[in-house]
Design a binder for this molecule. Sequence first.
Ligand SMILES: O=C(O)CCC(=O)C(=O)O
Ligand SMILES: [Mn+2]
Length: 216
Amino acid sequence: MQATFHAIREPDWPEGLVLYPGLLTGNSCQSLLEAVEEALKDAPLFVPRMPGSGRPFSVRMSNFGPLGWVSDKEKGYRYEPLHPVTNKPWPEMPAILRDLWARLVDPRLPPEAGLINYYAPGARMGLHVDADEEATDVPILSVSLGWTARFRIGGLRRGGHTLSLVLKHGDVLIMGGTARRCYHGIDRIYPESGPSLPAAIGPGRINITLRRVTLP
Ligand SMILES: O=C(O)CCC(=O)C(=O)O
Ligand SMILES: [Mn+2]
């Protein structure tokens, strides 16, 4: 799995933000994409909607693990054990993701949700804080696959200074410490800037974020 195990932290980044560029090798990325393709057969991508307005997100989603992040007009952001359309449990978390978490986050407290984000060309994700977990102090681990994205991160409040970094195929990003509570999002993805996703998924980018949801 380790091509390089080089951690990048920069002085102007929020404390707790760590980038491992290309941590997942080509083969691991390939196996992971196969696991995503397989999972989506059973748990197809759904269109999350903003609470209240019902406006659709441009990113489509699914999940791995016992809990999945969902959002709709009526009940808003939350974790659910069942897929909102099929009403079936989410597919099991692939071993490769469990291992990555054990190595970089916590071997004793496994992730409960692996949110799969699919960015088709033109999709983006507005600035937000991940705040629907009870385990608010456990870092979030994010894996990027396919086309490159521009990730933006700011501070603890909206409207302050932000900075951007580029997330490529095989990159792993940890948001722990202060960064766990910072506003962040995806400005854009760059067309054809990375390996193609499986045809059954479509062109663009897959991001998987592993989250601990409940307190032990
Ligand atoms: O796609 C990404 O890299 C970030 C995703 C994200 O922030 C989220 O799913 O909450
Ligand atoms: Mn997030």
